[in-house]
Design a protein around this ligand. Structure first.
Ligand code: HEM
Ligand code: HEM
Length: 128
């Protein structure tokens, strides 16, 4: 147990700086979106049991905790998509590597703006 914790800690701290955090966040976002996809295949599958089964389950997505999780999903999708494009750009044009940190901050800015806008509409029904 102690060993697992210390190796996790080293995994988080061994280098630090943008490139390492970009990678950790990319992996968490990819796995998070994948986890949602499993749930999402299940909810669409409920259509086979009629409109009521489907609608009753979808109603769960409107509760406050689910809406917060949806903002997390938006963040994960947008971050993974744009950081994925950043990785692809650097892979295809290695000369852009010198700008990898700036490109990452651009990805972070795009992600925060799009998450704020979409998150506003996702959370608004909780306040009106
Ligand atoms: C919360 C936002 C989302 C909503 C409201 C939503 C809604 C839907 C709906 C209504 C369908 C059924 C379409 C049909 O059969 O006519 C569907 C299918 C699907 N969605 Fe989503 N979706 C969302 C997010 C996502 C995300 C993030 C992914 C990818 C990770 C995804 C992947 C899929 C896939 C693979 C299907 C199956 C398509 C098929 O079987 O024909 N969705 N979605
Ligand atoms: C615009 C769409 C997407 C782009 C451009 C993209 C891009 C990428 C790239 C470039 C990598 C490799 C990262 C590396 O070399 O370190 C990657 C890894 C990954 N992607 Fe995506 N991706 C997209 C959508 C998705 C979706 C929808 C899912 C989940 C359903 C997903 C899950 C993952 C996972 C789990 C990894 C492995 C992460 C790791 O090894 O750390 N991706 N993605």
């Amino acid at each position: 147990m102690g060993q697992t914790i210390s190796s996790l800690w080293r995994g988080i701290t061994y280098r630090g700086r943008e490139g390492h955090y970009a990678f950790i966040l990319h992996r968490l976002a990819g796995l998070g979106v994948l986890a949602f996809l499993v749930l999402h295949v299940f909810d669409i599958f409920l259509m086979a049991f009629g409109a009521n089964a489907f609608n009753d389950f979808l109603a769960l997505y409107t509760n406050p905790i689910a809406r917060l999780a949806e903002v997390g999903l938006i963040f994960g999708v947008v971050y993974h998509a744009f950081n994925g494009l950043r990785i692809i750009i650097i892979d295809f044009w290695p000369a852009t590597t010198v700008y990898s940190r700036q490109l990452w901050w651009l990805v972070v800015a795009i992600t925060l703006v799009l998450t704020a806008v979409a998150g506003f509409f996702t959370l608004r029904p909780l306040f009106v």
